[in-house]
Ligand binder design. Structure first.
Ligand SMILES: [Zn+2]
Length: 172
């Protein structure tokens, strides 16, 4: 599916489906920045059930087992256990979404990722949803057009951070 999440404690998950929508490093940075933005802002009125969290844990562990990183998988599971205690917070309201978008925009720009690509990401996301394949990331989120206009309104500021960034990562 087209989705990603961040857990309190710093663990980040990105579904492989997202890689079809985020077509470069900057767009991926926009998604991760958004998810980390939720954690930094300590969002969340509703909590994910323990069973949903366990499912994610099993999925993560399965992926790791497939790549023979068994020792690491125990650390991840420990991290998820911490997540249960602290509380994983989904879904988010629209105000929280906008806030996470803007925190993410600043984070990616400070990290040297082109903030303008955040708008392209949501354009790509809109195309996929027109395809009869509703991305999970969109189901609880505002319309792409709304987010693009919010991002656009804050782009001048983001470009200042981007231009001031001392490193421009090249992940490709
Ligand atoms: Zn969100």
């Amino acid at each position: 599916q087209v989705n990603a999440f961040a857990l309190p404690g710093g663990k980040i998950g990105v579904y492989t489906g997202l890689m079809e929508v985020a077509t470069n490093q900057d767009q991926l940075a926009a998604v991760i920045g958004h998810e980390v933005g939720h954690v930094i802002a300590e969002h969340g009125n509703e909590r994910m059930s323990s069973s949903a969290l366990i499912n994610i844990g099993m999925e993560v562990t399965n992926q790791l087992l497939q790549t023979n990183q068994i020792a690491t998988s125990h650390l991840i599971m420990a991290g998820l256990g911490l997540g249960v205690q602290v509380g994983v917070q989904l879904p988010f309201g629209r105000t929280h979404e906008t806030e996470a978008d803007l925190i993410g925009l600043e984070l990616m720009a400070r990290g040297g990722f082109d903030p303008r690509e955040s708008m392209t990401l949501w354009e790509n996301m809109a195309k996929v949803s027109g395809d009869n394949r509703q991305p999970e990331l969109l189901s609880t989120h505002p319309l792409p057009a709304t987010r693009i206009s919010n991002l656009s309104n804050n782009m001048d500021n983001a470009m200042l951070f981007y231009n001031a960034a001392t490193t421009k990562p090249n992940c490709s």
